[in-house]
Design a protein around this ligand. Sequence first.
Ligand SMILES: Cc1ncc(COP(=O)(O)O)c(C=O)c1O
Length: 423
Amino acid sequence: MLWFPYTQMNKMKEVPKLNGAKGVEMYLSEGKTLIDGISSWWSAIHGYNNEEINQAALDQLNKFSHFMLGGISHDPALNLAKELVRITPKDLNYVFFSDSGSIGVEIALKIAIQYWKNLGISSKNKIVYLKDGYHGDTFKAMEVSSDSDFNNAFSEILNPQIELEIPVGGYYPKSADLQLAIDQMENVFRNQHQEIACFILEPIVQCAGGFNIYSPNYLLAARELTQRYGILLIADEVATGFGRTGKMFACEHAGITPDIMVLGKAMTAGYIGHAATLATSKVYDAFLGDNYEIALMHGPTFMGNALACSIALKGIEIFERENYLDKITEIESFIEEELNDISSPHILNIRKIGGIVALEFSNKKYLDGFGKFALQNGAWLRPIGNIVYLMPAYIIKREEIGHLFYVIKLWINKIETPTTENF
Ligand SMILES: Cc1ncc(COP(=O)(O)O)c(C=O)c1O
């Protein structure tokens, strides 16, 4: 029997079965069609069943699907590495592939810690991270993600790392609030830089941790202060990368280049798992020498998978050709129009940026049954805790966004006129 993610199997009810998908439409085996509002955990940015990407995958399948990357290379991996270097912020010159975002994060952390060891400073092995961040489900990734249902079963065995708080106030905080958070960061760096290897963050938006948006000025300060105190900066762009925040990469909001960047999810268009950890020459050079002791001793079997790389290459070509960044600006304005007539005493806060909008309800109980309700009304939307959010494919049309909001508004009406059966 299938064991589902993030699920108490004992309480699990029957789930719908997918028969097919095209664009943002999902076709269930019971004959229902839904509009997908969350693009398969934010990865299927081109929608499903894209003919060009299908063809690229078929063309590669007919050559070979996978070949180990140890001691041999091939065009899909070489070309994707080149393309990623081209489109990411300048100076990220080296690309290490892996199979998922969590592993990409593990590799980033290993690189950062080993970087200092290779330079003869093995005391620098602590990691600074942001409260309410999420970096994956593997052990080191759990250590740098906030305490939550995702990792609390392991709290006794996770090594404590160093947590900072983002400034309150979103993208445009009050300067006093921004300064407070920057001062906290600087104090930690000043007092502990001898033991800190790196600072990992999701730039501009913390997605799974609650869609918390913060100021580019904080990101800029993180870059300047990590440089000043000899700490590597890791940007986890697994969720924010490939246009999600309205820029190709969220680091661009602050015009910074991190020392290490992690990409995943949308990189392979939601077709197949793959991730990339990019590093600057400064970082890469610390791994060069005469022996294996200072080499990066990591190598997932499926790294540089040719099928995944070919899909990613086609995805990047379409992204640029179809001016997705303009489409995302359009999506933002559609979302704004839809938000105009949303108001509810049960909504605490609405946060939005690029192709992300999150409606935070005052209590999780107001979303009990929402997923099922959405499904019955033709939408695929799955709240995270007390938050309903949209992170759709960039090809979504005005009326499809309209439908997703229609369902959300129906729900709001329903909870505002409670009957005993609602709760
Ligand atoms: C910012 C961030 N980093 C890492 C991950 C982990 O990626 P994966 O689920 O591919 O392991 C996620 C997944 O949601 C994420 O949002």
